[in-house]
Design a protein around this ligand. Structure first.
Ligand code: MLC
Ligand code: AMP
Length: 512
């Protein structure tokens, strides 16, 4: 191994070694079309060269808002390969939301669907984006055309372990999204740990139906499969019938709880559906204990629940082997990762007491993009990151998430911070104030609900009017499913809105 290679912490270099070993084995199978590891490697090199022709240099942000495609995987890997920073965005974000992200991330290149290009073009010019390229759901587009004309060999740009690999936006309690700076070492260490902990091998076939703009689908699923030269059965989205068809061919599946409640809702989902499955993983939101129990009763298999977050990758996991997968718990800290439970003032709490989970390890991001104050706020002096998740730990280290210290709703695995929605609603004519809460939703786990009051002397806008007004401003999953009107919002003695009261008041009324 050359000295350059041995010093190179580029995640792509680690993956590339697996690609070489895998050779002609299938990397990704989509609708009967197979991309071998050899071709994945070639196409990634072509995309890397395409990025170079666009003037990309190490550290440049490549912002991508595109539907899931195999080309998108090559583009992601190519971004790592050239030493640039991958900055994916939820495809549901509106142009208004994009405006903020572009201004904050200052990407060199923006890659979007052609249909969105016209809307964004003026914005991009005003924000000095050097290039807008297109990428369509079928994997075609101007970036694909450009790549097709490029050489299929490219020398990976070496990176140090602390260099940025990705910038992932995660919304915050203040309503503004923050970019989590994720390094090559964050990703490599987590990928290696999970791969070993979950016993991945080249024989695995992973059913991949998650979006690739978040940690779960982009890092956890992709990296574990790619690092092992395993095969992925590629689904652009979670389509129940399509998933049911591919399940019997799969050995591993990863999903958010909604995937499993949807599967259990289908009589076609049986023990036979998972006959070749060795591991079914759930995460990104709490899995109801009843879903865990029902899944085992139907299939004979226990879902493995794990816990993580954008800033930390995967933190804890129920055991793969040699221990119990306990419903309602998220398992133990992964090897090399330390967790503790602390009070809001940072005092470490005795075992058995509920507090906020704090975490430290090579998985922890390097801070919020251009936001040192927020970074400082979320870290303890000894390097622990404050998760905001209320948890309790058993004497043997098993973690149970019991709630959230942060005002956060998780709907179908997507995070929604009420403050952002409240800010938008409060600006609408006729609205006095608003409180946004999460209520139990049969499909999404939690559903977003708004409770509003009328402005003095005004008639409050109707539910339909509010929902319509928010459509252009907010991604669909953030728009309240229902809007209720109250004369006054319940407040405590300090004047703080009592969201727990509101949840109690509406949880039986709300049906999703
Ligand atoms: C879609 N809709 C949602 C929604 N997804 N509304 C609320 N919450 C969601 N998650 C809207 C649609 O726009 C549509 O609106 C209506 O709800 C019905 O949509 P659908 O067709 O039923 O939705 P579908 O496309 O099937 O998507 C649902 C889903 C998807 C659950 C499959 O949201 C999904 O893939 N979620 C995974 C999220 C994820 O990967 N999270 C990982 C984060 S990483 P209308 O008005 O048009 O009818 C992380 C760290 C970690 O958290 O630990 O992993
Ligand atoms: P995100 O910022 O999108 O990465 O979401 C991270 C948040 O999802 C965590 O802080 C938790 O609140 C939640 N989360 C992830 N996995 C689980 C889980 N298994 N159980 C409960 N909450 C989870």
């Amino acid at each position: 191994m050359s000295s350059v290679m041995s010093n190179d912490a580029n995640l792509y270099t680690l993956l590339d070694a697996a690609f070489v070993r895998a050779g002609e084995r299938p990397a990704i199978i989509e609708n009967g079309r197979t991309l071998s590891y050899r071709d994945l490697r070639r196409q990634t090199a072509q995309y890397a060269n395409a990025l170079i022709t666009l003037g990309v240099t190490p550290g440049d942000r490549i912002m991508v808002q595109a539907e899931k495609s195999v080309s998108g995987v090559c583009l992601y890997l190519a971004t790592l390969k050239v030493g640039a920073v991958y900055n994916p965005l939820n495809t549901a974000y509106t142009a208004a939301e994009l405006d903020y992200f572009i201004g904050d991330a200052e990407p060199r290149i923006l890659i979007i669907a052609a249909s969105a290009k016209a809307k964004i073009a003026a914005l991009a010019v005003s924000k000095n984006i050097a290039h807008i390229e297109t990428l369509e759901p079928d994997g075609s587009g101007s970036i694909a055309d450009r790549a097709a004309k490029c050489s299929d060999t490219h020398t990976t740009v070496p990176r140090q372990s602390s260099d940025l690999a990705a910038l992932l936006y995660t919304s915050g309690t203040t309503g503004r999204s923050k970019g989590a700076m994720i390094t090559h070492n964050n990703l490599s260490s987590n990928a290696r740990t999970l791969s070993e902990y979950w016993s991945f091998s080249s024989n695995d076939v992973l059913l991949h139906a998650l979006p690739i703009f978040h940690v779960h689908g982009l890092f956890v699923a992709l990296h574990t499969a790619l690092l092992n030269g395993a095969t992925m059965l590629w689904h652009a989205k979670f389509d129940l019938d399509a998933v049911l068809k591919d399940l019997p061919k799969s050995t591993i599946m990863m999903g958010v709880p909604t995937f499993y409640t949807r599967l259990l809702g289908s009589p076609a989902f049986t023990r036979d559906s998972v006959k070749n499955m060795r591991l079914v993983i759930s995460g990104s939101a709490p899995l109801l204990a009843e879903t865990h129990v029902e899944f085992e009763a139907r299939t004979g298999q226990k879902i493995l629940e794990r816990y993580g977050m954008t800033e930390a990758g995967m933190i804890t996991s129920n055991p793969y082997a040699g221990g119990e997968r306990l419903a309602g718990t998220v398992g133990y800290a992964l090897p090399g990762i330390q967790v503790r439970i602390a009070a809001p003032d940072g005092k470490i709490l005795p075992i058995g007491e509920t507090g906020v989970l704090e975490v430290k390890g090579p998985n922890i991001f390097s801070g919020y993009w251009r936001n040192p104050e927020k970074t400082k706020e979320d870290f303890r002096a000894d390097g622990y990151f404050i998760s905001g998740d209320l948890s309790v730990m058993s004497p043997d280290g098993r973690v149970t998430i019991v709630g959230r210290a942060k005002d956060l709703i998780i709907s179908g695995g997507f995070n929604v911070y009420p403050k952002e929605i409240e800010t938008e609603i409060n600006e609408l004519p006729g609205v006095g104030e608003s409180a946004v809460i999460g209520l139990p939703h049969p499909d999404f786990g939690e559903g977003v609900v708004a409770v509003i009051t009328a402005a003095p002397g005004a008639t409050p806008p109707t539910e339909t009017a509010i929902i319509a007004a928010l459509q252009d401003r907010l991604a669909k999953f953030k728009v309240p499913k229902r809007v209720y009107v109250l004369a006054d919002l319940p407040r405590n003695a300090m004047g703080k809105v009592q969201k727990a009261e509101l949840r109690k008041q509406y949880e039986t009324t709300f049906k999703g």
